[in-house]
Design a protein around this ligand. Structure first.
Ligand SMILES: [Zn+2]
Length: 414
């Protein structure tokens, strides 16, 4: 099999598609459409029926080539890159047959990808590694997923002997600013289930994400002339500060938790003497525990406000997304197919939990179970981002195997 994934990846990363969290438009940056339009053209060139829309989403349709019914599936990745680090003028560098050395990035020699910081590199000795040049991120998140899906489409077109059911391709914009599937037209992706290609190390399979709520505390204090405030003033600034200071520090804090631990995280505070507002995010894997976090916040606030008898506060909770595990694991064949596909590609599958959300969380909640698969991306959202060519090729083989297993229902039942 002659892969196109690397050649595609090296081209796609040079197109700046950085998303902008401050923007009110969709997509948040027009330039994301530059890649969407290229993908649309390339899909059509391959012979895939495809379309794009005002949001820069790309939909592609590959009809079944077998005459029995099969599951219909989709593959999804996002064209945008993170706001955390520049994605302009990305210069990808291919380090052939990596030998285990620290990698100094030439455009800023202070940027060194060190083996001791990134132990996964140890597994990559002998493989070909792609990095950026030191001034930008690489954009493997998620142009590796895009390139993997495009190579899959190419391979299916070149090799009609590969049997598959109906396949839909979805490329989204603005995933990095939490709007990845906000404008999906669900009529266009009517499938049984699908996969995002937006994961890390080879073999990674993820059907567990955080469940997430947003919490807002709005405080009303009592203003007074500071020169004559004795016994009158109740500063909303000080109330807000006290609430933050009373939050748990050794647990339920992002800087103190990993693995399956959840947290309460104050992300923003706007405060004046008379009024203050604190924006929190609440995160837990176990959805039922989210309400405990909200209660915790309420208990803390009540206690603080007791010291300010003429002030008041409100706490508002808003649902953000839910752990997709309940939805995905209700259809056990999805994981079975993914694991079989990886084993056929001589990959050891392993399950991991995402301490965040994915487009798949939202798609799953909307009736499209959608776990996440590896592409190989590492050190994402940073200048140290890197990816192995061989990991991307394994991801292509995995998705092609998924297509073939889905087309052979007897394989899944056995
Ligand atoms: Zn991503």
């Amino acid at each position: 099999m002659k892969h196109t994934v690397t050649e595609r990846f090296l081209r796609y990363v040079t197109i700046d598609t950085q998303a902008d969290p401050e923007s009110n438009s969709s997509p948040s940056t027009e330039k994301q459409k530059n890649l969407s339009n290229l993908l649309l053209k390339e899909l059509k060139d391959i012979g895939v029926k495809a379309e794009t829309d005002d949001y820069g989403y790309v939909y592609g349709y590959i009809p079944s080539n077998v005459d029995h019914p099969t599951d219909s599936i989709f593959f999804c990745s996002h064209v945008d890159t993170a706001p955390d680090c520049s994605g302009k003028d990305v210069k990808p560098i291919l380090h052939k047959a990596y030998q285990g050395q620290d990698i100094v990035l030439p455009d800023d020699p202070e940027q060194v990808i060190k083996l001791k910081d990134y132990p996964y590199l140890r597994d990559k000795v002998g493989e070909d590694i792609i990095t950026a040049s030191g001034l930008t991120l690489l954009g493997a998140d998620d142009k590796s997923g895009v390139a993997v899906i495009m190579d899959m489409a190419q391979q299916l077109a070149n090799n009609p002997e590969i049997k598959h059911g109906d396949i839909i391709i979805l490329f989204t914009t603005d995933e990095e600013v939490g709007q990845g599937v906000a404008h999906v037209n669900y009529d266009k992706i009517k499938c049984d289930y699908g996969f995002t290609l937006d994961g890390g190390p080879r073999g990674e399979y993820c059907e567990e994400t955080f469940s997430a709520d947003a919490a807002v505390i709005e405080i009303k204090g009592v203003a007074a002339h500071p020169g004559y405030a004795k016994g009158k003033m109740e500063s909303a600034i000080k109330i807000a500060a006290k609430i933050i200071d009373t939050l748990p520090k050794e647990y339920l804090a992002p800087e103190a938790t990993d693995g399956s631990g959840g947290f309460i995280h104050p992300g923003k505070i706007v405060a004046e003497l008379e009024a203050a507002r604190i924006d929190f995010i609440l995160r837990e894997f176990d959805t039922s525990r989210l309400s405990h976090l909200a209660e915790h916040l309420r208990t803390i606030s009540d206690k603080v406000l007791q010291q300010f008898p003429h002030s008041s506060y409100t706490l508002t909770i808003k649902e953000q997304y839910r752990n997709m595990k309940d939805i995905v694991s209700a259809m056990p064949r999805i994981k079975k197919i993914a694991y079989m596909a990886m084993e056929q590609a001589e990959i050891q599958p392993h399950q991991s939990m995402i301490r965040g959300g994915t487009d798949g969380s939202v798609l799953s909640a909307n009736g499209l179970p959608c776990p996440n698969l590896f592409t190989g991306m590492q050190a994402i959202h940073s200048k140290h981002e890197y990816i192995s060519v061989q990991d991307m090729e394994k991801a292509v083989q995995t998705v092609l195997n998924i297509c073939q297993i889905v087309a052979a229902p007897s394989l899944i039942e056995s």
